[in-house]
Ligand binder design. Structure first.
Ligand code: NAD
Length: 337
């Protein structure tokens, strides 16, 4: 029956350590009996003229059709005449929001043990578009474009996310005291959306103050929504609060309900092929994908197995100060399922 038919999801194992950590996800999903059928796509070695990138049109179509996918790290080949892989994905799939859950991992000691926040970054406009040019020698100009459409879209997603995940508060992060027109419009859009969600508290925090508060007491925050460049910076700051990029999952939300989850780290060429990589970030990204699909039982089961394995401390990869291989750590997670 259609109720038990597996859900098709696109998987980009990616480069470097990507295939090793993707294998770990596939194994854990199999053992946890997650009803997902992976459609694997690799980055090609030739430029596809339809995408102007090493990503083929078929790969992009796969995500468009399945509406859900998981992406390992991709190393963009050097050379002219093609678009960066991540940029191609972002533009072609219109991935407008980047969502990063950040929570303290019990048993893995960092400066804070009560972090539990979500950053939601606008992903399509602002300074980050790199619209820059030289006016005359010694004078350059950068365009920061903020639109009502993109701001409303990401604000809607943030409040929708807060409500769907039982969160209490959304904080809009800005610098509207200086960037009055651009950040001002972003805030106006957040306020409009906030009015439709009276059950969710809404506040506005200036970004410099936000940084200080995050470092002093991250427990002050719940869901944070912000323009592109601020999100780039704040989301890495938050990753640092819980132990670094090797542990941090993320999910990109696109037009038409697409969700493409990805680890935030790169392809780690220094340890690739050595069975040393930590699969946690990609596994937790896969968990965000399950939550997007509302497969919360499976998501909880896998997330708890990962957290319990790390908390137990017997099997940890080298980046967390342990001696385990990727495969031994993965097996330990499977044993905790
Ligand atoms: P990186 O994240 O690959 O590596 C930085 C350091 O962190 C390295 O020492 C690496 O060994 C370590 N590390 C990263 N992930 C780890 C994991 N899961 N387990 C254990 N250790 C881990 O960053 P980089 O070296 O700057 O980039 C390498 C390549 O990755 C570049 O080609 C870059 O373009 C690409 N990259 C891709 C993405 C992406 O696809 N989203 C993101 C960042 C970088």
């Amino acid at each position: 029956s259609s109720a038990t038919a597996p859900i098709r999801a696109t998987l980009f194992p990616g480069d470097g350590i990507g295939p090793e950590i993707a294998e770990s996800v596939k194994q854990v999903f199999r053992e946890a009996e997650v009803p997902i059928e992976w459609e694997e796509h690799y980055v090609g070695d030739q430029i596809d003229p339809r995408t102007q990138s090493f990503l083929t049109w078929e790969s992009l179509e796969s995500v468009r059709q399945n509406k859900v996918g998981l992406k390992g790290p991709m190393a963009t080949p050097i050379g002219k005449g093609h678009r960066s892989l991540n940029l191609t994905l972002r533009k072609e799939l219109n991935l407008y929001a980047n969502v990063r859950p950040c929570y303290s991992l019990p048993g893995y000691k960092t400066r804070y043990d009560d972090v539990n926040l979500i950053t939601i970054r606008e992903n399509t406009e602002g300074e980050y578009s790199g619209l820059e040019h030289q006016v005359v020698r010694g004078v350059v100009e950068s365009l920061k474009i903020i639109t009502r459409q993109a701001s409303l879209r990401v604000a809607e997603y943030a409040f929708h996310y807060a409500k769907a995940h039982g969160r209490e508060r959304v904080s809009a992060i800005h610098k509207a005291n200086i960037m009055q027109k651009t950040d001002g419009l972003f805030l106006k859009c957040c306020r409009e959306v906030a009015e439709k969600y009276p059950e969710i508290q809404y506040e506005e925090v200036v970004i410099d103050n936000c940084c200080m508060m995050l470092v002093k007491n991250p427990a002050l925050f719940d869901v944070l929504v912000m323009p592109n460049l601020y999100g780039d910076i704040i989301s890495d700051l938050c990753a640092g609060l819980i132990g670094g990029l090797g542990l941090t999952p993320s999910c990109n939300i696109g037009e038409g309900g697409i969700a493409l989850a990805e680890a935030v780290h790169g392809s780690a060429p220094d340890i690739a092929g050595k069975n040393l990589a930590n699969p946690t970030a990609l596994l937790l990204s896969a968990v965000t994908m399950l939550r997007h699909l509302e497969l919360h039982d499976k998501a909880d089961r896998i997330q708890n197995a990962i957290l319990n394995t790390i908390a137990e401390g017997k099997y940890r990869t080298a980046d967390l100060g342990g001696k385990s291989s990727t495969t031994d750590f993965t097996q330990a997670i499977i044993d905790h399922l």
